[in-house]
Design a protein around this ligand. Structure first.
Ligand SMILES: [Zn+2]
Length: 220
């Protein structure tokens, strides 16, 4: 959000094998070899499963409803180049109340952000709400520069992070959302920024307690 706004508003615009040889009058040796392989399989497969598990993608948690909601949204390749994170600047609110406020302030497309992540006050703690601008794939209204709005996905976390930290669930939800967008939707070359990095000197958003460094470590 911007410095001037008192409510959320960014104006600014193997198988084991081997046992088959039992029925085969072949040789004891082949049975033993098979049994040996079976034994080896018994020992190795849990280990292999473990290492597969370590590499596997974590199960979606916060993005499950998002994935369902956006399944018919067609995202044009190259449409989005930047991902900008905000705080709402107030402790309460959700996508609906911010949408109402943004309309009241003259934004005909309402909610300026594409996604809102709740803090447990007026929406779930870590709940990701999808804004109509994302559903319609239209530009946001979350930064002053319209040029940036045109290409920047806006994600807002409910709260004032100049006063408090985002909740652990909000941070986890944000990481999962950004990972999902990068890996499955817009491509990992998308640039990650806190609002103040898009507009240096203009705003402190997303607040001093927002873990911006940690996010940059993860997302560049
Ligand atoms: Zn902001």
């Amino acid at each position: 959000m911007t410095e001037s706004a008192s409510v959320a508003f960014d104006d600014d615009s193997a198988p084991a094998g081997g046992l088959a040889t039992l029925s085969n009058p072949g040789t004891r040796r082949s049975f033993l070899r098979g049994a040996g392989l079976a034994l080896l399989g018994t020992v190795l497969s849990p280990l292999m499963a473990q290492s597969r598990g370590a590499r596997a993608k974590p199960k979606p948690r916060f993005t499950v409803p998002v994935r369902a909601r956006v399944k018919n949204v067609k995202v044009r390749k190259g449409r989005w180049t930047t991902l900008i994170v905000h705080h709402s600047g107030i402790r309460s609110g959700n996508a609906t109340t911010y949408d109402r406020e943004h309309r009241r302030r003259g934004m005909e497309n309402g909610l300026a952000y594409h996604f809102v992540i709740g803090n447990g006050v007026d929406s779930g703690d870590g709940e990701i709400e999808v804004g109509s601008r994302w559903m319609r794939q239209i530009k946001g209204g979350h930064v002053r520069s319209d040029q940036i709005n045109e290409v920047a996905i806006g994600i807002c976390l409910v709260g004032n992070f100049d006063q408090v930290r985002p909740t652990p669930n909000q941070v986890a939800a944000l990481k999962e959302l950004v990972t999902y967008l990068r890996n499955e939707v817009v491509g990992s070359r998308i640039k990650f920024q806190g609002h103040r990095e898009a507009h240096p000197g203009h705003t402190a958003c997303p607040g001093r307690y927002f873990p911006l460094k940690e996010m940059h470590r993860l997302f560049g």
